[in-house]
Design a protein around this ligand. Structure first.
Ligand code: FMN
Length: 494
């Protein structure tokens, strides 16, 4: 029975000598778009003006956002377009396949978005599911559920949200291919979508709150989810200015069975106990005590010499919204060094994370392969001091490519960003729910790197497939520490 972060991570580790084949049943491929039968959808306006800003100025901007009194339908549409949208089409034997602005392991897209709105002009207050295929909202409930959401989450009383977005995962979408390991991807993928949404909030000047710390049962009940096929993972609220009034507080009734059924994505769904057990283990809300978890000092490897990350001017090829829409995974790296200012820009983007609350759940590191003016080696990042420290000199990218299931093209990247955590410390700080925090924070950082790389004309690809034990050994991590996610960035063929 899985009870801790390490239990799950260990149970779903890849081992070169014990891989066993998995036959993909294409006839049973999960549906990629969630639909509700018999409910009329509300179309969102597509022709909306998007904020024109450079990505670097957006991430480095330390201006606090403002709470909103109300927003209009165009603004809600902007936020959803920036969060996740269809960006490219491929013709396949089974029909047209659509790529999306948020990366997803195996392009299986487990993440769904819901919005609970209050006072959006042009839209009745209610709970909606976002359909990104036709950029529409499906109404699931009518009324204002602000008070109930605030009780379920951890939202300050004087900041009743104007809109609360919920990110969920439909487990079978990724489990169809990745089986028990898929929970890693549910969380990483959700982090990718969340980062897009958070960047959108920031670009529009709003203050928002991202929380992984809520009552699972109440939130799933509100969304019409059974918590087994599909479950809520993150909640992002656009802060309002009203003070909570319990007057007229609405509790959410039980939704009809057909709403719950909409989470079914295949006739032959298989349940993987490890996913259920890990998700259940994280059900308890534990007090937030991880603020000073000290992850940087808990991994085993350490650096004695720290160098401040230089500020850099970068030539960006497009404005931030276009970079979100142009983002794709690129694997055609060429053995050409990354420019110094580009490397500094990527490191800065990571250090400027807005994710104060959960950022101690992991520690970023980087394998420098080919970067002008930087020695090859394994470095850790201290985000608080905005500094990098070399742990060990050496050339590691070839070996890491071999560890990443022999994805040889990874050796040609300039750098491999690493997201590391001492999972025992995560458990002790937040309980097993901390696994969600560490993985979603890693996903957020991954999406940030993808968009930053796109802005600089570089290639980028997230990597969730690696032999876990070999990665730990190469990096010299202690017994309880693991690599959670890797993101490669480099120069690509034009
Ligand atoms: C969590 C995660 C893990 C991934 N792992 C791999 C991987 O191991 N190998 C790989 O080639 N691509 C990997 N990818 C890239 C996805 O395959 C890619 O995002 C997906 O096919 C959609 O294509 P796009 O990113 O070009 O839109 C990963 C992406 C994510 C978000």
């Amino acid at each position: 029975m899985i009870k801790t972060c390490l239990d799950y991570h260990q149970e779903t580790s890849y081992d070169r000598h014990r891989m066993g084949g998995h036959f993909l049943d294409w006839a049973d491929q999960p549906a990629l778009f969630k639909t509700y039968e018999g409910i009329e959808r509300v179309s969102l306006p597509r022709e909306v003006e998007l904020p024109k800003r450079r990505f670097s100025s957006l991430v480095l901007d330390r201006m606090a956002g403002r709470p909103a009194t109300t927003i209009d339908l165009d603004t809600l549409s902007r936020l959803l377009l920036l969060a996740n949208t269809l960006t490219a089409k491929a013709r396949t034997q089974g029909g047209d396949f659509y790529f999306r602005s948020a990366a997803s392991a195996g392009a299986l897209y487990p993440t769904e978005i819901y919005a609970a709105t209050r006072g959006v002009t042009g839209l009745d207050d209610g709970l909606y599911h976002y359909g990104l295929r036709d950029h529409s909202l499906t109404p699931l409930r009518s009324g204002n559920f602000g008070a109930s959401i605030m009780e379920s989450g951890k939202i300050a009383e004087e900041e009743v949200p104007v809109v609360t977005f919920f990110l969920t995962a439909i487990f079978y979408r990724s489990a169809w291919k990745y089986r028990a390991r898929a929970y890693r991807y549910h969380l990483l993928d959700t982090g990718h979508v969340e980062e897009n949404l958070a960047l959108g909030m920031k670009a529009l000047g709003f203050s928002y709150d991202a929380s992984y710390h809520f009552d699972d049962d109440r939130v799933n009940h509100l969304l019409g989810l059974d918590g087994k096929r599909e479950a809520a993972l993150a909640l992002i609220s656009l802060k309002g200015q009203d003070v909570l009034s319990m007057q007229g507080k609405r509790e959410a009734d039980q939704l009809p069975a057909s709403i719950f059924q909409a989470s079914r994505v295949s006739a032959k769904e298989v349940e993987y106990p490890a996913i259920r057990e890990m998700h259940e283990a994280g059900r308890d809300k534990r007090p937030e005590m991880g603020q000073d978890a000290g992850m940087l000092y808990a991994l085993g490897p350490a650096s004695r010499e720290w160098r401040e990350i230089e500020s850099s001017s970068r030539n960006e090829i497009a404005d931030y919204p276009d970079c979100v829409f142009m983002r794709r995974s690129k694997r055609n790296f060429v053995r050409s060094p990354l420019r110094k200012n580009h490397a500094a820009g990527l490191l800065q983007a990571l250090c400027a994370s807005d994710q104060e609350e959960y950022k101690e759940a992991l520690c970023p590191g980087v394998l420098i392969g080919m970067v002008e003016g930087m020695e090859q080696g394994f470095y850790l990042l201290d985000r608080n001091r905005k500094a990098s420290g070399m742990v060990r000199q050496g050339s590691y990218l070839d070996t890491m490519a071999h560890i990443c299931l022999d994805q040889a093209w990874l050796a040609n990247a300039g750098v491999h960003f690493l997201f590391l955590a001492n999972l025992d410390l995560v458990d002790r700080s937040w309980g097993p729910r901390g696994y969600r925090y560490a993985m979603m924070v890693a996903g957020r950082a991954g999406q940030r790197l993808y968009v930053a790389s796109t802005a600089m004309g570089l290639g980028c690809c997230g990597i969730g497939a690696f032999y876990d034990g070999e990665a730990r050994e190469l990096l010299g991590l202690n017994e309880n520490s693991r690599l959670l996610y890797l993101v490669a960035v480099g120069v690509v063929k034009r």
